[in-house]
Design a protein around this ligand. Structure first.
Ligand code: GLN
Length: 537
C-alpha cells in the first residue's frame, strides 16, 4: 500500500470503555491481513508523560525500548501486535505545549500570535504524521484519550477535523460509546450514544463507525436506530459486548466486521482474510487449561489491578504457554510481617515481589522474600523486588542486620543497594531514571541461562538504585550468585540463590516485553517452577 491511512478512535459517554483494547484489536485484525500498523495514544493531560503520575490515579507506567515512560495502553498495543512502540507512540498535551513554547522562545514564530489553532493543532498533526514517516506504516491508529466533551480534548478533536478535511478518504473516525442497559426498564438505551455523537458533530467531526460497548446483544432495530440518528450506515454500528477476556475482543470485532467497515471507508481492499490461527490457538489454550497454580503478587497497590497490568498479563501469557491457569493472589505488602507470612502466603506455589518506589510496604516485601527463600518456594523479584531480595539476604544470611537501600535509609551501615553514580547529580524527577532497554550478559550454569538460552539479552529498565558492587564478595561467598551483569557499566542485573529450586531477582522489567505471540521466558519458567511444587490437575 502506498499512502498511509489514518484511523482515529474517540470515546464518548464515559471513560474506561476500552478504547485501547478496541484500537489494539483493530490493529491485530489489519495486521492479520498482512498490513503494517502502529497505534498511538494522545493523552490530553498536562504532564509531560505519565512517569510522575500516581499508579492509583493512572495505573501502571509502561516503558518502551527507547526509554519512554508511557500510558499503559501502549502495553496493550504491544501485547496484541507484538510490535515495539516508542516515545512517538504516546504524546501528551504537556509535551505538545512544551515544544510549541520552546519554538516560541527560539523565535520560530516571530511576529505571530501563538494560538491553539493553528499552532497547537499543527504540533499535534506533526506528531501524528511523524509516526507514519518513522515506520512507513499502512495504517496509523490514533487513540484520543479522555471523553468527547472534555475541555482538554478539544484541540485533539479539532485536529481530527482538520486531518479529515485534508486527507478525505485516507482518514476514518471510530467513536466508541456506551449503550447502557436499564434494568428497571428492561431495555438497552441509545440516547447517550446519540448525545455523544452530536457532541462530536458539533465539533465538526462525523464518525464513520460507532462501536457500542454493551452488556447485552444489540438487536438489528437498535443498530438501525443508532445508524439513523447518528448518520452512519447500519453496518457501521458495531457491537462490542463484554468479553470474558480482553484477548477475545479481536475475534469479536472480526465477527462484527470492524476491519471490513474500516477498509470500506478507507477504500482499501484485501484479498486475504485475517490469519488468526495463532491467536485462536492461544485463546483455545487460555480457555482450556489442564491444571492450575497459585501464585502471589506481593505489592503495595494490590487494590488496583491496573497498577500491575503488565505483570498480570504476563502471567496470562505464561500460564497459557504452560497449559495452566495462574490464580494470582494479590498480597498487600503493608500488612505482611515475619510473623504472619506463613498464614498470609499459605498455599502459594510461587511468590512475585513487585516493582515500586518509596518505603511503604518494604518490610513486608522483605518478609515475603525471606519466607520464599526459607521455604524453597519459587520466587521472582522485579526491580524493587530484586533489591528487596538483596537486602533480605544481606540481613538474614550474611548478617548485616541493618542492611538497606539508601532509597529508604540514608544512614545504614550496609548500603547494599545504593543510588547509581549517574543519578547522583540529577535534580528533576521526570524522565530522569535509568530508562529503556540495556544489554545484560548472562553467566553460564545459571537459571537465567536456562531461561533465556543465550548469553546476551536486552531488557527494559526503570530505576535509580542499583546493587552496590562493593559487596559482591560478601554475597557470592554466602551463596547469592550474580548471574546477569550489564557489560558496559558492570551493573548487577540478575541475582540467584544457590541451593534454592528457583529464586531469581531481576533489576529490569521483563513484564514490559511479554506478548501473546512471545510470552516472556522468565514468566514461563517461573510458572513452570511453581507448577512443579504445586500444580493442581
Ligand atoms: N525504587 C527503586 C529504584 O528506583 C526500584 C524501582 C522499580 O521498582 N521500578 O531503583
Amino acid at each position: 500500500m502506498t499512502d498511509t491511512k489514518y484511523i482515529f478512535v474517540t470515546g464518548g459517554v464515559t471513560s474506561s470503555l476500552g478504547k485501547g483494547i478496541i484500537s489494539a484489536s483493530l490493529a491485530k485484525l489489519l495486521q492479520a491481513r498482512g498490513f503494517s500498523v502502529t497505534i498511538q495514544k494522545l493523552d490530553p493531560y498536562i504532564n509531560i508523560d505519565p512517569g510522575t503520575l500516581n499508579p492509583y490515579e493512572h495505573g501502571e507506567c509502561f516503558v518502551t525500548d527507547d526509554g519512554a515512560e508511557t500510558d499503559l495502553d501502549l502495553g496493550h498495543y504491544e501485547r496484541f501486535s507484538n510490535v515495539p512502540t516508542s516515545q512517538a507512540n504516546n504524546v501528551t498535551t504537556g509535551r505538545i505545549y512544551q515544544s510549541v513554547i520552546d519554538k516560541e522562545r527560539r523565535g520560530d514564530y516571530l511576529g505571530s500570535t501563538v494560538q491553539v489553532i493553528p499552532h497547537i493543532t499543527d504540533e499535534i498533526k506533526h506528531r501524528i504524521m511523524l509516526l507514519s514517516k518513522k515506520g512507513n506504516y499502512d495504517f496509523v491508529i490514533t487513540e484520543i484519550g479522555g471523553t468527547v466533551g472534555d475541555i482538554e480534548s478539544l484541540p485533539y478533536i479539532e485536529t481530527v477535523r482538520q486531518i479529515r478535511w485534508e486527507l478525505g478518504n485516507r482518514c476514518a473516525v471510530i467513536h466508541l460509546t456506551l449503550v447502557p442497559f436499564l434494568s428497571a426498564a428492561g431495555e438497552l438505551k441509545t440516547k447517550p450514544t446519540q448525545h455523544s455523537v452530536k457532541l462530536l458533530q458539533e465539533q465538526g467531526v462525523q464518525p464513520d463507525i460507532i462501536v457500542c460497548r454493551t452488556e447485552h446483544h444489540l438487536t438489528e432495530s437498535l443498530k438501525n436506530k443508532i445508524a439513523l440518528f447518528c448518520n452512519v450506515s447500519p453496518t457501521a454500528v458495531i457491537e462490542s459486548i463484554d468479553a470474558p477476556s480482553i484477548y477475545d475482543v479481536p475475534i469479536l470485532m472480526k465477527e462484527e466486521g470492524l476491519d471490513l467497515e474500516v477498509m470500506k471507508r478507507l477504500q482499501v481492499t484485501s484479498s486475504q482474510e485475517p490469519d488468526l490461527a495463532r491467536w485462536k490457538e492461544f485463546l483455545h489454550k487460555l480457555k482450556n487449561p489442564r491444571q492450575e497454580v497459585n501464585i502471589g503478587l506481593v505489592g503495595k497497590y494490590v487494590e488496583l489491578k491496573d497498577s500491575y497490568k503488565s505483570i498480570i498479563e504476563s502471567f496470562v501469557h505464561a500460564g497459557t504457554e504452560n497449559y495452566c491457569k495462574v490464580n494470582l493472589r494479590m498480597v498487600h505488602s503493608e500488612y505482611l510481617s515475619d510473623s504472619n507470612c506463613a498464614e498470609k502466603l499459605e498455599g502459594l506455589s510461587g511468590i512475585l515481589v513487585a516493582p515500586g518506589f518509596g518505603s511503604r510496604g518494604i518490610e513486608g516485601k522483605i518478609s515475603a522474600i525471606r519466607y520464599a527463600r526459607e521455604n524453597r518456594i519459587p520466587f521472582l523479584g522485579i526491580c524493587l523486588g530484586m533489591q528487596c531480595a538483596v537486602i533480605e539476604f544481606a540481613r538474614n544470611v550474611i548478617g548485616f542486620t541493618d542492611a538497606h537501600s539508601t532509597e529508604f535509609d540514608k544512614r545504614t551501615s550496609h548500603p547494599v543497594i545504593d543510588i547509581m553514580e549517574q543519578q547522583k547529580k540529577i535534580a528533576g524527577l521526570g524522565g530522569t531514571m535509568r530508562l529503556g532497554a540495556y544489554p545484560c550478559r548472562i553467566a553460564k550454569d545459571s537459571i537465567a541461562h536456562d531461561v533465556y538460552n543465550t548469553e546476551l539479552i536486552l531488557e527494559r529498565h526503570r530505576h535509580r538504585y542499583e546493587f552496590n558492587n562493593k559487596y559482591i564478595p560478601d554475597f557470592e561467598n554466602a551463596g547469592m550468585k550474580l548471574t546477569g551483569i550489564n557489560p558496559k557499566e558492570n551493573l548487577v542485573e540478575i541475582v540467584e540463590l544457590e541451593g534454592h529450586p528457583w529464586f531469581v531477582g531481576v533489576q529490569f522489567h521483563p513484564e514490559y516485553r511479554s506478548t501473546v505471540a512471545e510470552p516472556h521466558p522468565l514468566f514461563i519458567h517461573f510458572v513452570k517452577a511453581a507448577l512443579q511444587i504445586g500444580g493442581k490437575g
